[in-house]
Ligand binder design. Structure first.
Ligand SMILES: [Zn+2]
Length: 223
């Protein structure tokens, strides 16, 4: 009896010492008995019905003056496409130093007229920003824009700053308004800062001017 107890104690000591000389046991020995069926888990209560996805356009739009603030003219729907899910934003300048002095709503109407005369559905940009930092809706975001050339317009939000930024610095109020617009749009569409471009990234052009391009590059770099 004493001998048997001694053998057991010895065996237990070897096992407890973590002896690695023994072959490790398989995780699932072939001889394992079939699993015992457990009683069925209680049925979880049905989850509350999911709310319908919030449409993007239902978000806060109070940061810009809507198209209806400057025109009653309609977008020519046959001349454009519905906007694809935005995945990039392109910044422009209007390039006309005289623009900066024009009354903004009158200027929007002038752009609209000129762009429609080219056969476009409406003004080509989705947003325009005045020198004093006011933001206007141009072409509603549900329509593809006409600002970056052909397929470059697909899923591409066009933002135009009024003024010539090849030859002068971007006024502070306008620069800050642009950064606010870019922050809002990148958040709304879950875009990275590197999804923001200057027009010159798509074609050979001065647009958006070297001074505004610097603002775009700073935004892309996270500054
Ligand atoms: Zn441009």
């Amino acid at each position: 009896m004493m001998r048997a107890v001694l053998v057991l104690v010895l065996a237990a000591a070897i096992a407890a010492s973590g002896c690695l000389r023994q072959a490790p046991a398989p995780e699932r020995p072939n001889t394992a008995p079939p699993p015992v069926a457990l009683p069925a888990a209680p049925v979880a209560p049905a989850p509350a019905p999911a709310l319908p996805a919030k449409p993007v356009d239902a978000e806060d739009n109070s940061w810009y003056q809507p198209r209806s603030a400057w025109t009653t003219s309609a977008v020519e729907q046959d001349a454009t496409e519905p906007m694809a899910r935005p995945y990039r934003i392109t910044v422009h300048h209007s390039g006309e130093p005289g623009d900066a002095k024009a009354e903004p709503k009158e200027l929007m109407r002038t752009f609209e007229r000129n762009h429609k005369n080219r056969g476009w559905a409406s003004i080509g940009y989705h947003f325009l920003i005045t020198r004093d930092g006011r933001v206007f809706e141009g072409r509603p975001l549900r329509y593809q824009g006409a600002h970056a050339g052909g397929d470059n317009n697909i899923g591409n939000i066009g933002v135009c700053l009024i003024g010539d930024y090849e030859h002068s610095q971007v006024p502070k109020a306008q620069r800050e308004a642009l950064i606010d617009v870019l922050d809002r749009l990148t958040r709304r569409y879950k875009l990275s800062r590197s999804s923001v471009y200057g027009h010159r990234n798509f074609k050979t052009t001065d647009c958006p001017g070297r001074y505004l391009m610097r603002v775009v590059e700073d935004f892309r770099a996270g500054n």
